[in-house]
Design a protein around this ligand. Structure first.
Ligand SMILES: Cc1cc2nc3c(=O)[nH]c(=O)nc-3n(C[C@H](O)[C@H](O)[C@H](O)COP(=O)(O)OP(=O)(O)OC[C@H]3O[C@@H](n4cnc5c(N)ncnc54)[C@H](O)[C@@H]3O)c2cc1C
Length: 247
């Protein structure tokens, strides 16, 4: 991490160090270019490593283990109810995230990529200004924008820490295990979060605006999962912004 320099030059400036940004930075560095990667976060990884793919897959792995212990009951093997230590689950999940983020730090360093923490704002077509950073300005020859996306809050209901309304990042923090949880949306992120909380003991209802879950997925592939989710969730409400239909 660069500290103390106020202004610097780079051939390729990558803004955002998520999977889009770090992949581009690695490629540019591998092609011999001088690369600087800026992110608000201290380490590369973006939403995927810190608030998305990695923590959700770690928790899904755990949810699947819990599911398997129940699935073997018809085979004559019965486990007692699991004792859940939420603090330890969080620590384990954060450890997985940490390992991946450190791996990306090493891969960046091996390629000689300069990493700078800060929020970038374009001043003009050749220069960015950085906020909350030890470096105030970077002049660049080429810039790659990989700043990702954000969950959209409900109108007039911001996602706030401690609030009962969470986005996926808040849900992945596992603040507690609510007795009942309503999930709005039927995409893979909604279903992953629902599966995790259901495995941990919440009664989960999923409400979707459309007539089916996983609208972007091949129906033949989605069907077996949906069959299982109908058993996992307490309710799935389709057409929930018009006339609800319960399954
Ligand atoms: C719960 C969940 C589970 C997911 N699971 C999967 C999965 O299993 N498989 C999969 O392929 N995808 C998954 N995704 C999607 C995946 O996380 C995103 O597609 C991916 O992170 C997008 O990468 P990105 O680089 O475009 O953006 P991001 O990962 O969002 O990275 C953007 C980065 O830009 C930084 N940034 C933004 N503005 C500025 C600025 N002005 N200056 C400096 N830095 C800035 C941000 O801090 C951030 O680090 C999941 C997402 C979620 C939320």
């Amino acid at each position: 991490m660069v500290m103390g320099e106020l202004s610097q030059d780079t051939e390729v400036l990558v803004i955002g160090a998520g999977p889009g940004g770090y992949a581009a930075a690695f490629r540019a560095a591998d092609l011999g270019m001088d690369v600087t990667m800026v992110d608000v976060a201290e380490r590369p990884g973006g939403a995927c490593v810190f608030r998305g793919c990695i923590p959700s897959k770690a928790l899904l792995f755990m949810a699947d283990l819990l599911h398997d212990t129940r699935r073997v009951a018809p085979m004559g093997i019965t486990f007692g109810e699991p004792e859940l230590d939420l603090g330890k689950i969080r620590d384990w999940k954060n450890g997985v995230v940490d390992q991946l983020a450190e791996g990306l730090v090493t891969l960046s360093e091996k390629r000689g990529i300069q990493r700078i923490q800060g929020r970038a704002f374009f001043e003009n077509s050749k220069e960015v200004r950085l906020q909350d950073s030890e470096v105030s300005r970077i002049r660049f020859r080429h810039a790659i924008l990989a700043t990702g996306s954000h969950p959209r809050p409900l109108p007039d209901r911001p996602f706030e820490k401690g609030s009962r309304i969470m986005d996926s990042a808040g849900a992945l923090e596992l603040p507690d295990i609510p007795e009942r949880l309503l999930i709005l949306g039927g995409g893979y992120i909604a279903l992953e979060m629902g599966s995790v909380y259901a495995a941990l003991g919440s009664r989960v209802t999923v409400a979707v605006r459309s007539e089916r879950l996983l609208r972007g997925a091949d129906p033949d592939l989605a069907e077996p999962l949906i069959r299982r989710l109908k058993e996992t969730f307490e309710n799935i409400w389709f057409n929930s912004n018009s006339r609800p239909r319960r399954y």
